[in-house]
Design a protein around this ligand. Structure first.
Ligand SMILES: Nc1ncnc2c1ncn2[C@@H]1O[C@H](COP(=O)(O)OP(=O)(O)O)[C@@H](O)[C@H]1O
Ligand SMILES: [Mg+2]
Length: 250
């Protein structure tokens, strides 16, 4: 079954054509990397999928249902969740409070501040359980800002997972991380539920290969190549785009 389908999407910002005839299709449970040079349109494609940008033309479908113009709550109800390229957490709050707020935002009672503390303690238990599951329980009372970048990125993924998404979009989960920190995030993505469909943007091709089943290469807003590690590595068009760029671009 196809989980996510991008069908002939175009996005234009003023005179700039950022996505052009962009099509890709991701099977349910697949872990797919989206790679490509800086400015290729990867984040823009994520913004289209998550509904932050309406494409000039084309369609987005989740589990065969068209969501091109659907509001955020419809996408969320279909199981779509994302993280951002820039960390989106509160650095002056504790790890536990960050997870708590994230969980609270998912509950229908989020605007009810006078609710009994039982529902809050339920959320706290959930937050602790999530941290425990991912081995960060001992950090629960630390301020988020005191954690390493790697741990902060892990927390962001944990938060995105709190909604038990069917399709998870990760925008550069290893951006700005050291090799050691990247080594914390890679197994996390690998150990996600096999039924969870993941599309992630990754600037480092080697890291992309470690985390993904298949790779899509975006260049000038359109799909240049798609395939397994071997197919991508041996594709001359891909080598041409990456020649001299690898390691230097963001
Ligand atoms: N909101 C916007 N308004 C105008 N131009 C934008 C906007 N967002 C992105 N762009 C431009 O679109 C191009 C693709 O950006 P982006 O999708 O962020 O690329 P990538 O994530 O692959 O590095 C870039 O040239 C960028 O400057
Ligand atoms: Mg980007």
């Amino acid at each position: 079954m196809v989980a996510l389908e991008i069908d002939n999407v175009y996005v234009q910002f003023g005179g700039l054509q950022v996505l052009s005839s962009c099509s890709l299709s991701i099977e349910a449970g697949e872990k797919r990397a989206l790679i490509g040079p800086n400015g290729a349109g990867k984040t823009t494609l994520f913004n289209v999928i998550s509904g932050m940008i309406k494409p000039t033309a084309g369609r987005v479908l989740a589990f065969q249902r068209e969501i091109t113009a659907s509001p955020a709550h419809v996408r969320a109800s279909l199981g779509l969740a994302r993280t951002f390229q820039i960390t989106n957490l509160f650095i002056n709050l504790s790890v536990l409070d960050n997870i708590f707020l994230g969980l609270q935002a998912l509950t229908p009672t989020k605007y009810v501040f006078y609710k009994t503390t039982t529902s809050f303690s339920g959320l706290i238990d959930q937050a602790v359980a999530l941290l425990k599951k991912w081995g960060l329980e001992n950090k629960k009372d630390h301020l988020l800002g005191s954690l390493s970048h790697g741990e902060q990125r892990q927390l962001e993924i944990i938060l995105a997972l709190a909604s038990q998404p069917k399709i998870l979009l990760l925008d550069e989960p290893t951006q700005g991380l050291s090799t050691a920190e990247t080594a914390m995030v890679v197994p996390m993505v690998r150990s996600l539920d096999p039924s969870t469909t993941v599309l992630f943007i990754e600037h480092d091709m080697d890291v992309a290969f470690q985390m993904a089943d298949r790779i899509t290469v975006l260049n000038y807003g359109t799909v240049l190549a798609e395939g397994t590690e071997e197919e991508i590595r041996s594709n001359p068009k891909v080598s041409e785009v990456y020649l001299g760029l690898d390691g230097n671009e963001e």
